[in-house]
Design a protein around this ligand. Sequence first.
Ligand code: ADP
Ligand code: MG
Length: 360
Amino acid sequence: MKKYWHLMLVAFIGIFFLAACGKGDSEKKTAKLREEPYYQEKFLMGTYVRIRVYDEGKEDALKPAFDRVKELADKITINQKGSEIDAINAQAGVKPVKVTSDMYYLLKEAYKYSEETNEAFNMTIGAITQLWRIGFDDARKPAQSEIDAALKKIDFHKVKFNDKDQTVYLEEKGMIIDLGAIAKGYITDEVVKVLKEKGVTSAIVDLGGNVYVLGHSNRGESDPWNVGIQDPNKDRGSIVGSIKEKNRTIVTSGIYERFLEVDGKKYHHIFDSKTGYPYDNDIAGVSIITNKSIDGDALSTSVFAMGVKEGLEFVEEHEKGSDAIFVTKDDKIYVTNGIKDNFKIGKDSGYTMGNRSELK
Ligand code: ADP
Ligand code: MG
């Protein structure tokens, strides 16, 4: 497996889809939409990419959509010859590297999030993630001296952009950009763009933990999609609950799928760029609901720095109209005010709704 794509392994709290539900008002049923979607699945970036298109006659949209995934994946992967991110990392401390517009945009977004989250999200986390290598066979707990040395290579302010030349430069040797926390979100948005360009109005795009539900469900115009939220503590297919959405993205991130256990302690894959260790708080998993998947992806990683209480507030304030579902290590669920009525907890899920006002 290419080294970078461990970053993209299917997120633990995957999201999967229940059948489109709702009242199924037959009068509203649009004839153009199919009962069974045109469907294709490919294993790319270490995850299953699944696209379902419901518009009658739009099967042709699948190929360009997958082509776009492949094109972007090849540019973003690290440790692969020809990848643009790898070229920037290889030239750290040496010289600026010219990149394509896609990557320039993505890197600028990554910088923006590094700033706005006060480094909870840090685009230069690579020196630490490559040291621990959580998710790889050779994952290990590094010595403190190694962590201290790697921390010196982390500073997003040292990523220099030149808009005129469209170049990116890492000012110090050994710095490593890691876009694992937003790449899938960005690619999801780009796939949706391609589908829309091809005239698709109803579709489900699923890149592991990043999902986008386009348009209304095939049951009719008044019916959103019913999206099941995966239980982070159980096998795939068990859900903690569900929400109804259209033209939105649901991005999930959890700590129990990829971790390393040393002396009985679990170390997961989202790191504090100030200490070099994984964040350790009350969050087991989170799902972010937003308009753009890149935002949802960045937020889903960032909130791990904050814990549930602050995380809920951050999502509500940062991106108006964004929502979140937090699953805690003690089996409670907390949701933002915007989806209080939308989120339905699974009857036999074993979870209970937590009271936000009691959070410390
Ligand atoms: P998943 O990969 O499970 O979908 P995320 O979207 O949360 O989950 O991304 C986690 C990945 O982000 C890690 O594997 C690593 O590559 C990268 N990463 C880890 N910690 C940080 C951080 N503090 N800031 C930015 N990226 C991070
Ligand atoms: Mg993320």
